[in-house]
Design a protein around this ligand. Structure first.
Ligand SMILES: [Fe+2]
Ligand SMILES: [Fe+2]
Length: 154
């Protein structure tokens, strides 16, 4: 049980490190869709592999957050952040479902070049959603610790 009377920068750093690991995987998947030169079948294969590995990592990350890791810790310190955190955690299934739809679309063997571009745009939209999600988590954690230190706005 961590001490509640003193903010822990280690926890904050861990959240940030986890999020930066995720974005390594996101960048790799982005390069998959930037490829327009290789045969479509090869590109599909690589895109599916990168999305699957991103999904596995993301699922693990979400589970850790939901099972009361760092985010819960921030809310324990500042209970009024609880509602916002709940709203953020509710986004997890939708984010995973977005990735599943992309994998399913890529599995279609009748895929043509126009579909590939469309899936690429859908992946870019997913990245925006994930980034917004992680930013709001970082903000809640940051706010929790700042307020604990007496640096909050109210
Ligand atoms: Fe999350
Ligand atoms: Fe997260």
């Amino acid at each position: 049980m961590p001490s509640l009377d003193r903010p822990d920068p280690v926890i904050m750093n861990h959240v940030l490190a986890e999020h930066s690991d995720l974005f390594q995987l996101v960048s790799r998947a982005k390069t998959a869709f930037a490829d327009t030169g290789r045969p479509l079948a090869k590109r599909r294969e690589f895109a599916v592999a990168t999305i699957e590995s991103l999904r596995a990592h993301l699922h693990e990350h979400f589970t850790q957050e939901e099972q009361g890791g760092f985010l819960e810790e921030a809310v324990t310190r500042i209970p009024r952040l609880g509602h916002r955190m709940e709203e953020i955690l509710k986004q997890h299934p939708a984010l995973l479902a977005e990735l599943d739809r992309l994998t399913a679309a890529l599995a279609d063997s009748r895929l043509i070049e126009a579909d590939w571009l469309k899936i690429g745009r859908q992946f870019a939209a997913f990245v925006d959603h994930l980034q917004a999600h992680e930013r709001s988590e970082n903000a809640v954690v940051q706010e929790g610790y700042n307020e604990d230190l007496g640096l909050g706005d109210d």
